[in-house]
Design a binder for this molecule. Sequence first.
Ligand code: 2AM
Length: 217
Amino acid sequence: GSIEEMSIPLYYGWFLLSSIQDKVRCTSMDFLKTLDTLEAFKKHLIDFTGKAEKEVDLEQYFEAKGTLHCTTKFCNYGKVEGAKEYAQNKAVGDFYGSAFELSLSALFVTPRTVGARVSLSEEQLLLWPADAEKEAGPASLPPGSRAHVTLGCAEGVEPVQTGLDLLEILALQQGGQQGELIEEMELGSLTYYGEGRWLLSLREPIGALACFSSFYG
Ligand code: 2AM
């Protein structure tokens, strides 16, 4: 490609500092370790295994995918719609290289992905692209709903799926499906939304220092 194309990255996002990455990975591992021992989880195991009776070790089930980050705009070097406009956005230029504190407010698990929901502040929303929630189907979710950190993917699943899984859970909530409150865990309250979709709302959101930057690959 040309120099011009090269100047647009694979994606922009907030990259978690390495000490906080370790903390988030540990919290997520603890959660997965606990989740797959719960009777309520075992009851719905078939969502993950395709077979009743089969066991699953969630810590092995998901593969980690590189540096933990919250993607703002996937650009694919300029090939994605809106990528150039995003790269030229004033806020993107102004905040490039700046530190932010992200608030991780929930963990979610599906048979495809595990991720952390990110609740964006007003300032952080300035870096959020307007069309990020358009894949939420008929639900109209507020900007920032899709913000997340991918913590792991099942074999053969691409990380783009994590945001789609989060949108799906939020669309169910918006449609009035409250889910089944399973239990109050030490980390927060655990809800089941059917079809292998689990959400843990964190009692104490995790404050995660992160640098707004981009990844070229
Ligand atoms: P993620 O944000 O859920 O982790 C490189 O593939 C990064 O860009 C990953 O972090 C990935 O998912 C994100 N990504 C890939 N394709 C995407 C798409 N079509 N829309 C939004 N994000 C995407």
